[in-house]
Design a protein around this ligand. Structure first.
Ligand SMILES: [Zn+2]
Length: 377
């Protein structure tokens, strides 16, 4: 999930919003105004709306604190945290790598719900100190705001502790299985199966409620279930990829005999003779028997078709010293992280300035497939 609106950085972590967050912010403010109107009919509409907006903003701050708790603990445990993004269903912390031990995983996961629980309790406690008696309606707007924040944060803590991977509760479950079995892969598999079961229950209950009472809350529940199902499947796939690649260097999966083209070739000849005929997407450019750069369909697209017969490959190629490269010993996981961070599809593999091969996502997939077949899975 990429943030479309950047808000700034906290402790080196960039914080942003996804567009879907605005829809939910609007819905929350509207339903808060409705809620305050019913609990305190004597308030003027200015007070109702101000209270709704203030509560909405504080709710957003509470969500951010929940995510910050995950991220800061992950950083303290030596993991790299790229960003926090808030979206329609809450927040996500983009932690770049997985925890290396069960204990770290456990604390990084559980600190979020604990933070929400603490915020909820503090809100109710302040409300109590300022004269609210449990079981009574709030007498002043400030108490109404505190009560709503108190209950919603406690509900948030409870919802996140549902043991459906990748919800926080699912991560806690995974950490516990990991700790007991000492097998990280097995624990991911089990936790993601529980996650999918929970997701199906959500979808079923949501649809059941929707068809029984035409209730949109039911549809919302089903939607959360569907999101959870998708998330638990893809995070399992991601972990499986990481497991398959762990300890593997780039040299194990790079392409060694990359197709080469002469730099003086025109783009038209290159497209007709090489690009279309071979179906490959990346070529090494050689000049006087020396490797000088890379050319992909991306560079071709930058040039107007009419100019293809007049433009040489070497004039549009990416020079070898300009592109990001790795060595044959670079761990494959690290190479994938570089490609994701810099949004590129191929990495030349260099050893002492000499081109050894090309590494791409396609090679990783092919490697994982053959690897899985060899293991008879
Ligand atoms: Zn969380």
């Amino acid at each position: 999930m990429q943030a479309q609106v950047k808000l700034g950085r906290i402790a080196g972590i960039s914080v942003g919003l996804h567009y879907s967050w605005f829809i939910i912010a609007l819905l929350i403010t509207l339903s808060l105004a409705e809620h305050f109107r019913t609990v305190t009919p004597r308030w003027s509409s200015t007070v109702v709306w101000s209270a709704a907006i203030v509560t909405g903003v504080l709710f957003f701050v509470a969500l951010l604190l929940h995510e910050l708790a995950h991220s800061l603990l992950a950083k303290a445990r030596g993991l790299r945290v790229r960003a926090i993004t808030l979206f329609a269903l809450g927040g996500v912390s983009q932690i770049e790598s997985e925890a290396s031990d069960a204990k770290s995983e456990f604390w990084i996961a559980i600190v979020g719900p604990l933070t929400s629980l603490a915020i909820g309790l503090v809100c109710l406690w302040i409300a109590r100190l300022t004269g609210w008696l449990p079981g009574t309606e709030p007498s002043v707007p400030a108490i109404a705001v505190l009560l709503w924040l108190g209950y919603i944060n406690m509900m948030l803590a409870a919802f996140n502790m549902i043991p459906g991977y990748p919800l926080d509760g699912g991560r806690v479950l995974r950490a516990l299985i990991w700790w007991i079995t000492r097998n990280a892969d097995r624990s991911t598999q089990l936790a993601s199966q529980v996650g999918q079961a929970v997701a199906f229950i959500f979808i079923f209950l949501g649809l059941y409620r929707f068809f029984l009472g035409a209730n949109f809350g039911g549809l919302w529940l089903a939607f959360i279930g569907w999101f959870l199902l998708d998330a638990s499947r893809s995070s399992y796939a991601q972990v499986a990829v990481m497991t398959g690649l762990r300890g593997r260097p780039v040299a194990d999966m790079m392409e060694r005999d990359c197709p080469t083209v002469e730099g003086h070739l025109t783009l038209r000849d290159f497209v007709d003779e090489y690009l279309l005929r071979t179906g490959r997407r990346c070529f090494i450019v050689v000049q006087n028997h020396n490797v000088s750069g890379l050319i992909t369909s991306h560079e071709i697209k930058q040039v107007d078709r009419e100019r293809w017969p007049l433009t040489s490959v070497q004039s549009v190629m990416r020079h070898l010293d300009q592109v990001r490269s790795v060595t044959p010993d670079t761990p494959a996981i690290q190479a994938l992280e570089i490609m994701t961070r810099e949004d590129i599809n191929q990495l030349p593999v260099l050893s002492n300035g000499h081109l050894e091969g090309v590494f791409s996502r396609g090679h990783v997939l092919r490697f994982l497939q053959t690897h899985a077949e060899m293991q008879g899975r």
